[in-house]
Design a protein around this ligand. Structure first.
Ligand SMILES: Cc1cc2nc3c(=O)[nH]c(=O)nc-3n(C[C@H](O)[C@H](O)[C@H](O)COP(=O)(O)OP(=O)(O)OC[C@H]3O[C@@H](n4cnc5c(N)ncnc54)[C@H](O)[C@@H]3O)c2cc1C
Length: 472
């Protein structure tokens, strides 16, 4: 089979040990394998890859930066699947400042897109910890969120147009910088968040906004999560759309960040019960430094905050963000642990977290909960570091059951921003109402009747049927 792939696709094909780095997840928990990794350089080559793989009856697993946290880009049938990596399709095709838009190939790294926009005084707002490695096709396919969602929305709100290779090799040519286009159903939305189950995104037109000319960043000490939510509500009212990030962190964030980055300076007493990292940004004549100073003054006077430091330079701001990012790395270094990506209505967030943490403490007295996240979006990562003794996997399963039960009581989502992938498929399907399940299956069968696109991702594959809606 590998010989036939190489005969038809030539130097695009990697086999043997060369596939292994593409088959290891970002955390390092899972090492899988694949028949081959295909690395096209152009959209036409992606079409060739899809046609050849389909003719050989192989499943196709699209891959961007492989930073997804739910095993969506991880093959699970090594002898029947190929990875199609977009890593060689990184071109910025058209930077169009007059349209406040940029057209890029799907393999472009998110940070490179942000840098390209910055060169013309514009800003691409999608911002997340993996932005130096994740690729825009992956961001689109997971509808990524990140720290700026409360101001600019999820990736879906930043996509103007898409080019997608469909499962029969034909092209959905939907690149466009039109802001308004109400010609019937907006089909590109189907592919956003589809996690590679309906086709391979090869290029994207993205919205750009004026680059903030001033950014104020502050770290604030608080009594608890409830206090963070109260402060967030004030910030929304007092600072309106100038509020661009509001992240909640427990005191353990400092310990975890220091474990990952031993030289990281601590800007504040790490002994408070809770912290929020707040960012306000503006362009033009707006004075965000003054706004932040007055907001914090009022918060301290009103006892909404215990203490606060405002970054005085870009380096200090970067240091504050390094605590937030460093705590992720610190958790990885502690070994196997439960990671969640949960959302509940903001009004229920504090109650949910305390109920879920208590439920975990009941079943696993030695485990440590680390709850943090994008509070403004009602999004919390309630992670659990297993305690000593019992097997980590058993503890992770117990903690997950306890958290899911609390989440279901609050009608929350098991995936606020990371998607379903393979990791959350069973939990997703167990909660899927029948009408939505039928609709999802129908869409998938209509677009991909042979079931070749990312089989096993999001929903359990059904037997193939005949009849495709794709063009030639
Ligand atoms: C440190 C860290 C911080 C993170 N923070 C956030 C965060 O704040 N918010 C957030 O939302 N996520 C976050 N993530 C998760 C991850 O970065 C995002 O899901 C990201 O969008 C994945 O992009 P990728 O290029 O790495 O995609 P991959 O991991 O390669 O793929 C993800 C999914 O998309 C599919 N896919 C990839 N490329 C294509 C394509 N061209 N066409 C079709 N399907 C494709 C894959 O098959 C897979 O199902 C974080 C991850 C890490 C490691």
């Amino acid at each position: 089979m590998q010989d036939r792939l190489t005969a038809q696709l030539g130097e695009m094909v990697l086999t043997g040990d060369a596939v292994l780095p593409y088959c290891r997840d970002w955390i390092g928990d899972v090492q899988s394998s694949a028949l081959a990794v295909l690395r096209p350089r152009t959209t036409a080559q992606v079409q060739d890859c899809v046609r050849v793989a389909a003719a050989l009856g192989l499943g196709i697993v699209p891959q961007g930066g492989n930073t997804g946290l739910v095993l969506g880009a991880m093959p699970d049938a090594p002898d029947r699947q190929v990875v199609v990596s977009l890593e060689r399709m990184t071109a910025i095709r058209n930077l169009a400042p007059n349209d406040f838009a940029i057209e890029v190939e799907a393999g472009a790294i998110l940070q490179d897109i942000k840098d390209a926009a910055a060169q013309v005084g514009l800003y691409f707002p999608l911002s997340l910890g993996a932005q130096g490695s994740c690729r825009i096709g992956g961001n689109v396919s997971t509808n990524a969120g990140g720290i700026n969602v409360l101001r600019y929305g999820m990736t879906r709100e930043l996509v103007l147009g898409l080019e997608v290779v469909l499962p029969n090799g034909s092209l959905f040519a939907g690149l466009s910088s039109l802001r308004k286009d109400n010609r019937g159903i907006d089909l590109k939305q189907l592919f956003i968040g589809a996690e590679g189950t309906l086709g391979i995104v090869t290029a994207v037109t993205l919205k750009l906004v004026p680059a903030p000319t001033a950014i104020a960043t502050a770290l604030v000490a608080l009594d608890d999560l409830e206090g963070a939510i109260a402060l967030y509500r004030h910030a929304r009212r007092d600072c309106c759309d100038l509020l661009s990030a509001f992240e909640f962190m427990p005191p353990l964030a400092f310990t975890l960040a220091r474990e990952a980055m031993p030289d990281l300076p601590l800007p504040m007493d790490p002994g408070h019960p809770a912290y929020a990292l707040i960012e306000m940004s503006g362009s033009g004549l707006v004075d965000v430094d003054d706004l932040m100073a007055r907001f914090l003054e009022r918060a301290l006077e009103g006892r909404l905050a215990r203490d606060g430091v405002v970054a005085q330079s870009r380096a200090q701001a970067a240091n504050l963000w390094a605590i937030r990012e460093g705590m992720n790395l610190g958790q990885v270094q502690r070994g196997r642990h439960l990671r969640t990506d949960i959302s509940v209505p903001l009004s229920q967030l504090a109650t949910f977290v305390s109920e879920a943490e208590a439920a975990v403490a009941d079943v696993l007295p030695g485990a440590v909960c680390v709850s943090y996240g994008h509070v403004g979006d009602g999004n919390v990562h309630l992670n659990v570091l297993p305690g000593p003794g019992a097997d980590a996997d058993i503890q992770i399963a117990r903690a997950k059951t306890a958290i899911d039960a609390a989440l279901d009581r609050h009608a929350g989502s098991i995936s606020a921003e990371h998607g379903i992938g393979r990791l959350k498929r069973a939990a997703f399907e167990a909660r899927l109402p029948p009408a939505q399940a039928r609709l999802l299956q129908a869409i998938r069968q209509a677009v991909d009747p042979e079931g070749i696109m990312n089989p096993g991702c999001q929903i359990t594959p059904r037997p193939a049927t005949s009849g495709s809606v794709q063009g030639a």
